[in-house]
Design a binder for this molecule. Sequence first.
Ligand code: ATP
Length: 240
Amino acid sequence: MNIGLFGGSFDPIHRGHIALAQAAASRFSLRQVLFVPANLPPHKQNQPLSPFIHRYAMIALATQDEKGFLPSLLEAPEFALAPAPADALVRPSRRRAPSPNYSIDTVRRLLQTLRKSDRLFFLIGIDAFRDIAKWRDARALLALCDFVVASRPGFSLRQVAESLPEDLRPAPAVTRPFHKHPAKGDLLLPGVTLHLLEGVNQTVSATAIRTAAAQSKPLGHWLDPRVADYVRKHGLYRSK
Ligand code: ATP
């Protein structure tokens, strides 16, 4: 069975995320797509983030009508998974500071639960992929699953190849001619399988949505109506 793993902060989940997952599911016959909100994304440790539980709930709402799309607790904080001790209300909590969620750990944990015949596809937007070389154990991660990179107009195949960790990158002489080639097709290199996914052209970002929400602007254009309703009801992203 082909399975997609789609990680992010999803603060909030929007139509761009769903469009990417739909395109990947259709091209690679994914029977499941796991949407994995990070409790603490490594690259956003100094940014304010809505509580995990809100981001998880919004994913559950946005994926309700999509067969095989599932919210995942793979990167949930400890308290969301472990039962609270009986004396939790009287004993002050000594919770440890959360550690960032690294994709290599998440993928390894997920692979332990899959069958040998399952094939894992890691879904990612091209803007996030540009930083892949800085990710923890990037080489090991790239070797563990196929990568599906949603391309955007204006990105070239050369930029994609040059985003790889240095020792996996093709030689400059090989990539130079590709600077005008749009990022599409498959890139099969030793230790890396990259599939470039075209046609996901939703120019929406969670940042723009949070800004619009803070200005009480309508959000329906970018969000599933159930998510827009959730944002409103819980007063998420309101300026303080
Ligand atoms: P923010 O604006 O807060 O940084 P975001 O909209 O980029 O958020 P994330 O949750 O950080 O959303 O992204 C999760 C994944 O979704 C990343 O791989 C990112 O590249 C991808 N992604 C985000 N927006 C889009 C979009 N409009 N089209 C395709 N992929 C997207």
